[in-house]
Design a protein around this ligand. Sequence first.
Ligand SMILES: C[S@@+](CC[C@H](N)C(=O)[O-])C[C@H]1O[C@@H](n2cnc3c(N)ncnc32)[C@H](O)[C@@H]1O
Length: 173
Amino acid sequence: MVSSRELFYQLVNSPGITEIQKAARFLYLIKRSFGSKGETFGTSRKSGGAGFASHYNMVELMKKVHTRLDRTIMENLSYELIFDKYDGPANFFYLDPPYFKGDKYYGFGSFDHSLFANHLKRLSARWLLSIDDCDRSPELFKQYEIIPVARQQGINMKNPKSTVFKELLIMNY
Ligand SMILES: C[S@@+](CC[C@H](N)C(=O)[O-])C[C@H]1O[C@@H](n2cnc3c(N)ncnc32)[C@H](O)[C@@H]1O
């Protein structure tokens, strides 16, 4: 489908009817929107933005997604329920909880990091957690291995003005 602002907003406002329509709508909206949020058409004066991205490779992308998601289960549950279902010594969790600074962005209300840390203590699975490097994080997770890392912040990685963001990788193994 061509990249068009009009088409973009038609799709935003018209949920698909069949499963194929829903899938095509989802793909179009995440590929053509600002930050892949599916909300606003992604253009910018300088780079052209998401709306300008090539769609020649969409079929290839779908094949890759299909391969990646083969034998994958998606759950949309709070972490306590996920831990109940899947914890075990042979398993591994990668955990990417809301940051200390920014938990308001996710629509769950504020996230209780202390409660989360208590749940982690009870897991028999190995886990790796990434979290923002602020005052509270090293304190809350001090009994674990902690590796500080830095990454570029911001959706547009080409933006030279984007700042460096410090995170911690924390693991129980
Ligand atoms: C830092 S983001 C993770 C983003 C994710 N790794 C990704 O690439 O899209 C934190 C995520 O934690 C989710 N979250 C908030 N409270 C949660 C809870 N109680 N249980 C599970 N997930 C929760 C938020 O919805 C948000 O998607």
